[in-house]
Design a protein around this ligand. Sequence first.
Ligand code: SAH
Length: 219
Amino acid sequence: MNTASGIGMTSQRTRNRMVERLREKGISDEDVLKAMSIVPRHIFMDEALAHKAYEDTALPIKFGQTISQPWVVAKMTEILIENQPEKVLEIGTGSGYQAAVLSRLIKQVFSVERIDELTKVARKRFIQVGYRNIRTKTGDGFDGWQSEAPFDAIIVTAAPPQIPEKLVSQLKENGVMILPVGDDKKQNLIKVTKTANGYTEETISAVMFVPFLQGTVRK
Ligand code: SAH
């Protein structure tokens, strides 16, 4: 008991420090900072790397993928929740960390991952931490999640070469999609806002994500 609560206290302290650093780096939404002080990022990675969980860096997970850098998670989340969405789609579940953060801020989170093994591991972690408002499936994110569309907002955490039109079609009018667009040399974080007859685009900052790939992977 003592040991367990001791570990809990230590990770809470390091998490609070991470949040202070995010604040210094310009993240100001108190709800986002609160969510990131709650979600145990170390649970979403391999134990061997857990000691680095609260550093502001991306870290490798299985299958050559990465858990996004906390600042990038915070920035994308800040933009995503501006219009108080209630139903959000994530493409690229990966470790599940971004979905976990969203689930503390948004009523319903749907998340699609192309690598079946990652979907399964993320699902176990959501149960472990008791986050029940996240639904996941293995699928090709190019197709979105048609049966649950339209969404108030969409977040893509792998970089396609251009904006996937099918995902825009699954947004409500005035809905926002935040995504990295580019290749392995240059990518920009883009905010797409759906309008009555198309969409508008705004460039936020340069970023680097793993590529958005087509098809699914099942062992
Ligand atoms: N949001 C994740 C980031 C993981 S990295 C996190 O917080 O950990 C991006 C993920 O996108 C990888 O797991 C990769 O397999 C997945 N991905 C890439 N292309 C995809 C596609 N077309 N459909 C669904 N997932 C995809």
